[in-house]
Every structure is written in C-alpha cells, then in structure tokens.
Design a protein around this ligand. Structure first.
Ligand SMILES: [Zn+2]
Length: 282
C-alpha cells in the first residue's frame, strides 16, 4: 500500500511477488504522487498507469524482454468485458457494484489503456507522450483530457474517440475476418467490425514464399497515421476505415499466394474475441 513518502509491503512473500509489489509501489511515486491525479474520480490514471509502468520496468530489470509484458492485464480486461459486469472507467472508485469490477477496471483496463495507446500511436510516440506528460503536468492535478491532449500533440493523431469510448463507455472491440476470396492474381479480404468501438487495424499477412507484410488500416477519425517504419517488417498503408461502416474490403494484388492472415498479430489491440482474427489457407 502506497502513501506519499511511505510504503507498506507485507512480509513472507515469494521473491517474484516481492519484486512485483516493490516495483508497483515505487511506480506510484510518479502515478499518483508526482502527478497528483484524483484517485477517486480517475482511479485508472493512478493504478492503471502504475501497473503499466511497473510491468515495463520488471520486463527490463528481470531481463525478460517480452514484446508485450501486459498480457495479464489484457486477459483480465477481456474476462471482465465478456462477463457482462463491466462498468465505465468514469465510475467513482467507491461506487462500483463489485470490488472485482473496480480492481480490473482500475488496474488492468487502466494498464491496457496505455499499452493499447502504443498500438494506436506507436510505442515511440507513447514513450514520448509519457515523458512530456511528466514535464507538463507534474503537481498540477491532470485530468484524463489533459493526458490525451499531450498524446495528440506528440503523435499528431486525434484521440478524443479513444478516450471517450475506452474510458466513458463499456463498448468493446471485436474485429473479424469475414471472407477471403482468392483470385488468379489477387486476393480480396473482407474484414468486419463486430464490436461497437472502432480501432485502427494492423493486418498481418504471411505469404507462401515465407515473406510477411503488414497492412495498416487507420481509423478515419484519427486524422493521421502512426509511423510506418516498424522493425524490419514491411508495412503498407491502406485506405482509412470510417468506423460506422461494418465491413472493409482490402485487395492484395501483388501476385503472391497467401498462407495466413491475422488481425493484430502483436495482440496489443484489446479484441474481446480473437477466434475470428485468424485465417489460414487450406
Ligand atoms: Zn497501486
């Protein structure tokens, strides 16, 4: 349990648990103490940001270097979203119907807010955003809108839709591959938006010759794109998807035969049903 300048940690813990709780309570030095956010009204900016930062730190300190150290938070969030007991993150910390809904919403969904923002604007832009947020807002009681404005100015992407749908509603994200039509020289892929929350799509395509390519489909209301360069992976910018359209068609006409297609192969978009995200050629 954290208090400014004093942290209480229970004894008789296993080593991993002791490291985890120590990292968590240390991270509170920034989230909430330095930022001085309102813990009752915006509990996810406190526990969620702390969970995100401590998982990132442990991943480095323990030399695990997992590409996504937040998988536990994604699993927790998906469990709550699919249970029907989720309440919006704007709910006051003391007003949730159950302690479990409060805990997962503040800690897990709050950590996913940041990890998934990295999917939307790019990880480098997310890191820059967090540093700028400290510089601009330490000791000033920032609100959710203050944070998202820093992310918008840093990335050049409009993000009001992300803040609203993720924090003020219980709308969920579910995209699927509806159909795949293989012609002689081209493949027509139809994607569908099943969940009510719109998101940009990273579509990972593996060809039969062993090469890979990622098609990046920005969400129209982002009014921008994340950086296209991405560690060795070929990324191709596709046309925008306006969120209200339930389907989107992409034609790949490079003459290559397709082996597999996956929506968000990095699994950093919080899709609540991943079963319809994958297509494998027979
Ligand atoms: Zn905490």
């Amino acid at each position: 349990m954290e208090y400014a300048m004093c942290t209480l940690i229970t004894g008789n813990r296993k080593f991993g648990s002791l490291v985890g709780v120590t990292a968590h309570e240390l991270a509170h030095t920034w989230f909430q103490f330095l930022m001085a956010t309102n813990e009752g009204k915006h509990e996810w900016m406190d526990e969620g940001f702390t969970s995100y930062i401590s998982s990132e730190a442990i991943n480095q300190v323990n030399q695990e270097y997992a590409p996504n150290p937040h998988t536990g938070s994604y699993r927790g969030y998906a469990f709550l979203a699919n249970s029907g007991k989720e309440e919006p993150q704007t709910t006051h910390a003391d007003r949730y119907a159950s302690n479990r809904a409060y805990g997962i919403t503040a800690y897990s969904k709050g950590a996913v807010f940041l990890a998934q923002l990295g999917y939307v604007i790019g990880k480098e832009n997310l890191n820059k955003t967090l540093k700028q947020y400290f510089t601009d807002w330490s000791f000033k009681h920032p609100t959710p809108n203050d944070f998202i404005r820093v992310a918008e100015k840093t990335s050049g992407i409009e993000l009001d839709w992300y803040l609203m749908d993720w924090t003020q509603t219980t709308k969920t994200i579910d995209y699927g591959i509806k159909s795949t039509l293989m012609g002689e020289k081209s493949t027509t892929i139809t994607l569908e938006r099943i969940g009510a929350m719109g998101m940009p799509i990273d579509l990972d395509v593996t060809y039969k010759d062993g090469t890979k390519e990622q098609f990046y489909i920005p969400l129209q209301m982002m009014r921008g794109e994340k950086p296209i360069n991405f560690k060795g992976l070929k990324r191709t910018l596709a046309k925008d998807w306006a969120w209200a359209y339930p389907t989107y068609t992409l034609e790949i006409d490079n003459g290559k035969e397709i082996l597999a297609i996956e929506i968000d192969g990095s699994q950093t978009m919080a899709d609540v049903n991943r079963e319809n995200n994958v297509f494998k050629a027979q």
